[in-house]
Design a protein around this ligand. Structure first.
Ligand SMILES: [Zn+2]
Ligand SMILES: [Zn+2]
Length: 248
């Protein structure tokens, strides 16, 4: 076991204990690369050295580059079903941007342009001021949706339409998050905004991504979940809180 692996917690479960296993080729949880390794965390997770040294956003990009999935819930579940391992702030919302860019590129079989679009998305995302999200009533999740729409619709529709639609999408996300009026939850906001984006893509760009009718939070049984009023609990339907309350 290298010194570096000794001092890092497993990014998947945040467990700090690594154990020796039989040396062999194992697949990295994040990027899918096959790595020769002799250690896993005690939960059996394998992370390649590059992903282990990467930050959350880099890991998301490494996964998205190799993913062929067209359903954004499948891509996001890799991260949402494990610990997010971020430094807090708005970082985790990059998942929304990257997952949706990836799903659209995969759906359109535009694999060669995916890497460039992900880099563009990261650059745009990185200039969202943290203070704007913390102190000005803006939702980082909603702004991440705006980044996604800008990147994916450039060259597809008129420039003025890109601007208008991005604002419509961000305002729709802000409105729905604000009206939930339940304890804040990052995972809920991520799932909600991805759901809204899937519908908005269909409405404005006629891109109909495969997406489950019932979206269930993979961590709704964890101590992290606020439970009370969560719209993505197991019992929930796709828009349980919206019918009769928020409309569409
Ligand atoms: Zn682990
Ligand atoms: Zn990896």
């Amino acid at each position: 076991m290298s010194q570096k692996q000794k001092i890092k917690n497993c990014p998947i479960c945040l467990n700090d204990s690594f154990i020796a296993i039989e040396t062999g080729v194992h697949q990295c949880y994040y990027c899918g690369d096959e790595v020769q390794t002799a250690i896993t965390c005690t939960m059996g997770h394998v992370v390649c050295p590059v992903c282990l040294d990467s930050n959350f956003k880099q890991r998301v990009i490494r996964h998205c580059k190799n993913s062929k999935a067209e359903d954004p819930s499948v891509i996001s579940n890799v991260f949402l079903s494990s610990q997010l391992d971020t430094k807090g702030g708005t970082e985790e919302y990059f998942l929304i941007t990257a997952v949706l860019v990836t799903a659209v590129c995969n759906f359109k079989k535009q694999y060669p342009s995916k890497e460039l679009l992900l880099e563009m998305a990261l650059n745009r995302f990185n200039i969202i001021p943290e203070q704007l999200v913390d102190q000005h009533g803006a939702s980082g999740a909603a702004l991440s949706a705006g980044v996604f729409y800008h990147v994916i619709s450039q060259g597809q529709i008129d420039e003025s339409k890109v601007w208008q639609n991005s604002n419509l999408l961000v305002s729709r996300c802000m409105d729905r998050i604000a009206r939930l009026n339940t304890p804040p939850c990052t995972l809920r906001d991520i799932l909600l905004v991805i759901t809204i984006c899937v519908d908005f893509l269909s409405e404005t760009l006629q891109i109909n991504l495969p997406f489950p009718q019932r979206l269930i939070c993979q961590r709704n049984q964890s101590p992290y979940c606020p439970k009370e009023g969560c719209i993505f609990l197991d019992r929930s339907s796709r828009y349980p809180l919206f019918s009769g309350i928020l409309g569409n």
